[in-house]
Design a protein around this ligand. Structure first.
Ligand code: FES
Ligand code: FES
Length: 168
């Protein structure tokens, strides 16, 4: 069974050792997903699998047979940027841009975790029906995505602009 990448089917590599990250970049030419550390520490390679965020450097492509992968290239629709992509521009959420695709994919996956009531390390009330996306919650939940340029204030502002109201 093939894998679906941004809505299109692709044939999985014959070599089971190929990471999902290398498959996306080297086999499919989807260079939006970045390789930072290649060892699960920076978040630059974050993509969505069936809506959940994963580190593609830590995943083997063949594990995702039959699954739907979304990379940053698949977020725009009908030629319009995803609202979070626009917010990153409006709030100066990047400088060099190397971490940006991972930040954006991670934030989209993160907000679904909040909506499902998945607690983080800083969630105080584990019995609450809704988890509000406070500044502390947001920072903790995005702490796996590093920005070496120090654009974190803009990144947080962009994510808050799109999602803070939705989780109140
Ligand atoms: S490249 Fe995957 S976490 Fe850094
Ligand atoms: S914008 Fe340069 S690493 Fe984040």
């Amino acid at each position: 069974m093939p894998i679906r990448i941004n809505g299109s089917e692709a044939q999985l590599p014959d070599d089971p050792r190929v990471s999902l990250l290398d498959f996306l970049r080297q086999r499919l030419g989807l260079y939006g997903t970045k390789k930072g550390c290649d060892q699960g520490a920076c978040g630059a390679c974050t993509v969505l699998v069936d809506g959940a965020r994963i580190l593609s450097c830590f995943a083997l492509a063949v594990q995702y047979e039959g699954r739907a992968v979304t990379t940053v290239e698949g977020l725009a629709s009908d030629g319009a940027l995803h609202p979070l992509q626009r917010a990153f521009i409006e709030h100066d959420g990047f400088q060099c841009g190397y971490c940006t695709s991972g930040q954006i994919c991670s934030a989209i996956g993160m907000i679904e975790e909040v909506r499902r009531g998945v607690p983080s390390h800083v969630t105080e009330d584990l019995s609450a029906e809704r988890i509000a996306l406070s500044r502390d919650e947001l920072r903790e939940r995005m702490s796996g995505n590093l920005c070496r340029c120090g654009a974190h204030n803009g990144i947080v502002a962009a994510i808050e602009a799109i999602y803070a109201e939705a989780t109140k």
